[in-house]
Design a protein. Structure first.
Length: 372
């Protein structure tokens, strides 16, 4: 320090801190050889506290207001310095200003996923992030445990420690809460307050700090779990899966029949699959009292289902036809052994002569009995 700075320091008798920063927690007042004149004016603004330190020991604390530094309002410092009858010359002491206002816009987040047990999905990994505010609660503990002789102490210097404490607290709270993943979003406020309360217990007595506010902004799950949740929601909206599948098949059958590349076999196969899928629904009641319970099947054997066939004519699928119309078609000459047919259960279209149910239609009249 030059001679002018020394002389200027000797003349200064106002001790104050005009804080124009946003994240400063502690600031040490600069004074040549830490000399403070007797009767100097101490100005402590709202949101500040002034702490006098003498030979490494915290002495007197001053709250907001204007104070004249005399023996009467420096009792601890007077005792430590051995001033029994007052003083009228400069005395040595370090003055630290501690910000007691809330420091906002501090972020936290889990660097790695946190394991939790979900009653529906079992063990699952979640991530979380949010924001919090920080405030100095006990300047004496803060100076002794964190600041030391640092002339300028920022909130960023302790942010890593605070984030680690909050992350550990979040993992403990989520594990003990046993909240299902699907209900986490509706309980952010409850979880935020519980994480804040537990975190404050860990930083209050040890570091002299307070976390007035803490918020959970989002809790997310891995991408594959999100896809599973979306699929589960979609299935819940669809309702009856068999009905939905039958509807989807019904929508694709006309398109398959109009597709030249698919041919008649593709159209017939689509029709057969559609009828096979819709069969269980068609067995239920289609009218009457829809609220009536389905009838309990009896022990008797159900009657055989009549077999019907689709017939390929001029590149189109016609039918289905039962055996009686096909018998008449044979008599009229419009249906023969080489006609291509298909029915449910067949892999593709086949000539009628290869179908056991149809071979009898092409046999001639029986031979006359002997002696007729």
């Amino acid at each position: 320090m030059g001679i002018m700075d020394k002389l200027r320091a000797e003349l200064i008798d106002i001790i104050e801190w005009i804080d124009d920063s946003r994240h400063t927690l502690v600031w040490r007042f600069p004074r040549y050889h830490n000399q403070i004149k007797f009767g100097a004016q101490l100005i402590v603004r709202p949101g500040q506290m002034a702490v006098f330190v003498h030979q490494g020991k915290v002495a007197d604390l001053f709250g907001p207001g204007q104070h004249r530094l005399e023996t009467e309002n420096l009792p601890v410092l007077s005792t430590l310095a051995g001033w029994k009858y007052g003083f009228d010359s400069p005395f040595k002491a370090e003055v630290y200003f501690v910000s007691t206002r809330q420091i906002t816009d501090l972020k936290w987040g889990t660097p790695s996923p946190v394991m939790m047990r979900d009653p529906d999905f079992g063990p699952i990994r979640v991530r979380a992030f949010g924001s919090y505010t920080l405030k100095a609660k006990d300047p004496k503990i803060l100076l002794e445990e964190l600041v030391g002789t640092d002339a300028h102490f920022e909130a960023d210097e302790i942010s890593e420690l605070l984030r680690a404490i909050i992350n550990t607290t979040f993992a403990d709270v989520v594990a003990k809460a046993e909240i299902p993943v699907l209900e986490l979003a509706s309980r952010y406020q409850e979880l935020s307050e519980e994480v804040r309360r537990v975190a404050v217990d860990r930083v209050d007595d040890e570091y002299g700090l307070e976390i007035p506010q803490l918020y959970i902004v989002n809790i997310s799950v891995p991408a594959e779990v999100e896809q599973a949740l979306d699929a589960r929601s979609a299935m819940g909206m669809i309702g009856d899966m068999a009905t939905y599948q039958a509807y989807q098949l019904g929508q694709t059958i006309p398109a398959a029949a109009e597709n030249p590349a698919g041919g008649i076999a593709g159209a017939g196969l689509g029709l057969g699959m559609g009828m096979a899928m819709a069969g269980p629904m068609l067995q239920g009641p289609l009218g009457g009292n829809s609220g009536a319970p389905p009838a309990t099947p009896g022990p008797q054997t159900p009657p055989p289902v009549p077999v019907s066939f689709y017939v390929a004519r001029d590149g189109n699928s016609t039918g289905p036809f039962a055996l009686d119309p096909l018998t008449q078609a044979v008599a009229q000459g419009t249906f023969g052994p080489d006609s291509l047919v298909w029915t449910a259960g067949m892999a593709g279209w086949l000539p009628a002569r290869q179908i056991p149910q149809l071979t009898a239609l092409f046999q001639g009249p029986p031979a006359p009995p002997p002696g007729s």
